[in-house]
Ligand binder design. Sequence first.
Ligand SMILES: CC(C)(COP(=O)(O)OP(=O)(O)OC[C@H]1O[C@@H](n2cnc3c(N)ncnc32)[C@H](O)[C@@H]1OP(=O)(O)O)[C@@H](O)C(=O)NCCC(=O)NCCS
Length: 148
Amino acid sequence: MRRELAVHVPAPVWPAGYRLAPFAIADLPALHALLALGYSLGGGRVPPFEDWRAALLVDSGFDPALVFVAQDARGAVAAICLCWSSAFIKDLVVHPSVRRLGLGEALLRQAFLAFAARGADAVDLKVEIDNPTGARRLYERAGMKEVA
Ligand SMILES: CC(C)(COP(=O)(O)OP(=O)(O)OC[C@H]1O[C@@H](n2cnc3c(N)ncnc32)[C@H](O)[C@@H]1OP(=O)(O)O)[C@@H](O)C(=O)NCCC(=O)NCCS
């Protein structure tokens, strides 16, 4: 699916008690654990930690400024949006205990705005047609459209 960035992107609205946090390499184990948990019912997959970490850090599309992390009030990782510099959203996962609060939409908007600021025309991602957590509805609400 694709979000054309010529169409206005509203500012993210963070649910009360949550904030955007800077990404740190030290967060990688917590981020991997969240991806593994978030995808445990489907929707995506993540390799074992050491394989994932090694591949991530050498990927030419990896940019720490494009890893958007939402933390709760205690500083725990609640959600992650991991993007490649090619204006591609690689992973979007919200902890199962804090879904349906608006974190997914807030992170999506954050990513769209970051790519708009870099001059991208559009942001892409892949989603399974039968994503079990209704991700397609979220993407459509955020202005994404199917592309062939
Ligand atoms: C898909 C996913 C990222 C959505 O995250 P989320 O934080 O729950 O997303 P949002 O809260 O922004 O929106 C989800 C729903 O909650 C609703 N919602 C948002 N804020 C709400 C609030 N304050 N009160 C009640 N409902 C709310 C939204 O309207 C939306 O409803 P819908 O599914 O009926 O359209 C999450 O379910 C997830 O991590 N899934 C597993 C991983 C995955 O498959 N990722 C996508 C890979 S392509």
